[in-house]
Design a protein around this ligand. Structure first.
Ligand SMILES: [Zn+2]
Length: 292
């Protein structure tokens, strides 16, 4: 939803602008209407940008799309029973550099502010999060992972075996980025996982991009149901053309997952958010605003 401030300030929370709410004082909770207490919220953070010179590696011809810049968002889901961080963005160390950082592979990245810094501005520390889940363990999705080593990660079994196994670079993972999670609390999943037990926030296995890639369904009351699609599709054109990146772990599994997720989107009447879509990202209201 637009324009409203999130109530994430630690210590005391002002609810005066919200309808029908009591006031929290000094962390002590007084009565709050049930509807308010049950509200599910989604906050969006800017966790970087990626610029490409070519879309060839994404299985696209240069004429398929003129998009050459990708958004890198992170999301915080606030549920009455806890908080889930979805995605970890670009490596936090990129924020030490002003502007774009080029690598020699035709790719530039920038991160203006780390996720922990953005959360701190809302009065939130990493340990205020109850669960972390990444769509997969590539470097543009686990960049802030080290700050969340005290939080339980929700990871598909195949992803855990790849990311923490003998040869993570085979899957284009950078294990240094998430080394702090190696001995961190971990809940290993085999497919669908209903995070808070009420069907509103559900992890869905979506293998192919990596062995244990997953996507996240979030059933928002006002915005409607959405699916945060990880890297199942990077571009609008990827979806239109069923284009599979050349660096995907399993092309056939990717295509099967694309078809299965399209069916689920239809069944749920859910809106797909292509996470890397800069066009979508620029239309969104960032935290402290929230969607509900
Ligand atoms: Zn990505």
């Amino acid at each position: 939803m637009k324009g409203r401030r999130s109530r994430l300030t630690a210590g005391f929370l002002l609810l005066g602008l919200m309808t029908g709410c009591a006031v929290f004082e000094g962390g002590r909770e007084s009565h709050v209407e049930d509807a308010e207490a049950e509200e599910l919220r989604l906050l969006v953070f800017d966790c970087g940008r990626i610029r490409l010179t070519s879309v060839h590696l994404f299985g696209l011809a240069s004429t398929d799309t003129d998009v050459r810049e990708l958004a890198v968002p992170c999301y915080l889901i606030e549920h009455p029973r806890g908080r889930l961080l979805w995605e970890g963005g670009l490596p936090s160390e990129l924020a030490r550099v002003d502007g774009w950082v080029e690598d020699n592979g035709g790719l530039s990245q920038r991160l203006d502010r780390t996720l922990p810094d953005q959360m701190a501005a809302l009065g939130l520390q990493p340990d205020d999060v109850d669960w972390i889940a990444f769509s997969h363990y590539h470097s543009d999705h686990v960049g802030a992972a080290a700050a969340f080593a005290g939080v339980t990660q929700l990871i598909q079994r195949a992803e855990a075996e790849a990311a923490f196994g003998a040869d993570p670079t085979r899957y284009f993972f950078d294990p240094d980025l998430y080394a702090a999670l190696r001995d961190a609390p971990r809940q290993v999943l085999d497919g669908r996982h209903d995070v808070f037990g009420d069907g509103r926030v559900v992890l869905i296995a979506a293998p192919g991009h990596t062995p244990g890639h997953q996507v996240l369904f979030v059933d928002l009351a006002e915005t409607g149901p959405i699916l945060l699609g990880g890297d199942l599709w990077h571009f609008e054109a990827s979806r239109r053309l069923r284009a599979v990146p050349l660096f995907n772990y399993d092309r056939e599994a990717t295509l099967a997952t694309m078809d299965r997720i399209e069916v689920l989107l239809e069944q749920w009447g859910a809106t797909l958010w292509i996470e890397h879509s800069l066009e979508l990202f620029e239309s969104l209201d960032l935290a402290p605003a929230y969607y509900r």
